[in-house]
Unconditional design. Structure first.
Length: 350
């Protein structure tokens, strides 16, 4: 992490998830004063407490739906990572109001608590499903982004910077497809794939933390950051895992789940038209016009038609061999291969 985090107090909402574990371990390699893990699940907090075993990590039981619980946790905090969310597409389809309460109302509570406590910077974690959303999860995360961006529009003199980052699929995160595929392979079952032609952006947990750190270093009010990424088809991902584990299991197509899309986009053409290319990242500046639109009626923006969406179907696609190489960069996959008794030369070279 940046040297500016030394001596800082940092709060992570949804901190017992995969992102929270990864960012907490990285922060602890710096001389941070305190890391506060905020979540609803006391059992996972207790497990994480024993796993990390560092006195600088403190645990707060609460729910982002309750302003007062997040407000208490944000007292004297310097920086906030907002990762708390309902993320499962099918469950959000059946319970959209629950997605709304956590992802939208909860995010508003987080931003208001940050403002009330003078937090320097808040980074809200979003998803590619917020782009052209077709499901309740994506719609609620798109509204979360609007909540974050509207804060700066409505509070021009605030000292709290609120920004967003947008992810593709975070590989080997809790609830993601790679651990499921590996469990199926190791138990001798077929890999169940909804649609092998679906494409998704792939990002490691380490890169997801790098993206948040980049946002903290570079964000201005209302900014959205996207990390450039390659994509692959779900069929290629499944075949790459079968190859690595030398499995004779088959790929079984079970059909598209509730509200799944064939491809995902990390940024729209409209966003890219006002974005700044920062090498590995796009910085999408907030549209900071006020409610007086009359000045724009006669003269439009001709650049809006010059861009394409940053979509998993149109970016560079990884083949099976390249997906295998990417999977071998994940410590969790290498550990699973070793546990399966596979002595792969490529593993020992990484």
């Amino acid at each position: 992490m940046s040297e500016s985090y030394e001596g800082a107090r940092i709060l992570v909402t949804g901190g017992t998830g995969s992102f929270g574990h990864t960012v907490a371990k990285k922060l602890l390699s710096r001389d941070v004063s305190e890391i506060r893990i905020f979540s609803r699940d006391e059992a996972k907090q207790d497990q994480m407490r024993h796993e990390i075993n560092d006195g600088r990590v403190r645990f707060y039981v609460g729910d982002v739906r309750d302003f007062y619980s997040i407000d208490r946790a944000a007292k004297d905090v310097d920086y906030m990572f907002h990762a708390a969310a309902l993320k499962q597409v099918p469950s959000c389809e059946f319970f959209p109001m629950e997605a709304m309460r956590t992802n939208v109302v909860g995010s508003d509570n987080v931003v208001r608590a940050a403002d009330h406590n003078g937090v320097k910077s808040v980074v809200c974690l979003s998803t590619d499903k917020a782009v052209y959303p077709v499901n309740a999860m994506g719609m609620s995360k798109a509204l979360m982004e609007k909540v974050a961006q509207s804060y700066g529009l409505n509070n021009p003199n605030t000292d709290t910077t609120v920004s967003c980052v947008r992810y593709g699929n975070v590989m080997y995160s809790r609830g993601s497809v790679i651990p499921l595929f590996i469990r199926q392979i190791k138990s001798g079952k077929n890999i169940t794939v909804t649609n092998p032609e679906m494409t998704r952006f792939m990002m490691s947990l380490a890169h997801s933390v790098d993206l948040v750190e980049f946002a903290f270093r570079n964000a201005q009010q209302g900014d959205l950051f996207v990390r450039k990424a390659k994509a692959c088809s779900i069929g290629s991902l499944a075949q790459a895992l079968l190859n690595l584990f030398r499995s004779k299991s088959k790929i079984e197509v079970i059909g598209t789940r509730h509200a799944e899309k064939l491809s995902e986009a990390l940024a729209t053409r409209e966003e890219l038209s006002r974005a700044r290319d920062m090498g590995d990242y796009f910085r999408v500046m907030a549209d900071n016009r006020d409610l007086n639109y009359s000045v724009y009626f006669e003269e439009g923006d001709i650049t809006r038609n010059r861009f394409e969406d940053y979509d998993s179907h149109t970016v560079e696609q990884m083949g099976v061999a390249e997906v295998e190489e990417l999977l071998l960069t994940l410590p969790e996959v290498r550990d699973e291969l070793r546990l399966a008794g596979l002595s792969v030369k490529a593993i020992d070279q990484l």
